[in-house]
Write a protein that binds this ligand. Sequence first.
Ligand code: 5GP
Length: 209
Amino acid sequence: MSSDVTRRGVCLVLSAAPGGGKTSVSRALRESEPDLTLSVSATTRLPRPGEQEGVHYFFRTPEAFAAEVAAGDFLEHASFLDRRYGTPRAPVEAALATGRDVLFDIEWQGYRQLKAALPGDVVGLFLLPPSLAELERRLRGRGQDAEEEIGRRMAVARDEMRHWAEFDHVLVNEDFTATVAAVRAVLHAARSARQRQPWLAAFVADLLR
Ligand code: 5GP
């Protein structure tokens, strides 16, 4: 029978404007897909209340981040709201090599770089909010950022949404449950892509003997 060991892992990039629902969709997806590995990014921003080192982010000083960039430790890195964010290379390469799928919560610049770095492995999915008013309501609902920060994030949200057409899949995140189901469907479809299952040729040859 088939073996998943030879299957290539999928890199699923979940992108959205801030407030677009990425974090909750990502959490729900991982609950229903326990084998999905979340890529934990490094950042120079400060931890928000409740965020833990190595779980939500690897929090770095600008100097330490720059040293990791220079050492080639990131698969991609970008600046967002004057802070730097990057995807550590080693855990992703290890996961892909063993056929495990990796989920990324990164913005469009990182997605572009990742797609160039790992052609064929990356599936991009963009979540759009149902309306700008709903986006603002969600950003305010977080209740942890100052008014000025919300204004900046609204502007960034517009910038982010301009890149929707670079993604393979686009969903309007109106109904949370339906969105999670649709994201799962994208992941499952990506897993069964022919090019991710190099073992199939021998398997079918055996069937046709
Ligand atoms: P936050 O500071 O709200 O956690 O994240 C801000 C933005 O940075 C989000 O759009 C998030 O997707 C993006 N981001 C988080 N980690 C990375 C990363 O490793 N690379 C890139 N390019 N963007 C990231």
